[in-house]
Ligand binder design. Sequence first.
Ligand code: FES
Length: 164
Amino acid sequence: MNLKPETLQKIDEVITHYPVKRSAALPLLHLVQEEQGWVSTEALEWIAAKLDLQPINIYELVTFYPMFRRKPAGRRHIKVCRTLSCALVGGMQVAEEFRRQFPGGPEADQGDVQVSIEFVECLASCGSGPVVMIDEELHERVDVARARELCEQIKSGVAANAGK
Ligand code: FES
């Protein structure tokens, strides 16, 4: 598996923090996803071997926890918070608008993986919801109209970059 030396070093260190290796499965998944952007089958098998587990043990974790991605994120990656504080102020309608603008499901790739959407748990800005993160930029108090504007901006950016 092709991981940076510093990630491999962190992985080896994290494993030492647990009395039994298998308990390091979640931190290892986070470290791999942090570097690669998703958890591939190769990564999943590699983690299993590293922890003396079967791939199915890691696969179960990846499919149970919604924060792990089984597909690469798009060039533009949208995260919409769906946790309670945001939901109470219209987060679900905002999520619905993103889904409508980029149809095909929360993790759908738009054509050549230009845009991906993920519905996530709390983005740590609960007092100013609904909250949306686009790439590394946090957008607060996003109502449906603002969601539509953001989608338009993304679409025009993607169109402008097409073919580059
Ligand atoms: S609940 Fe949405 S940011 Fe915390």
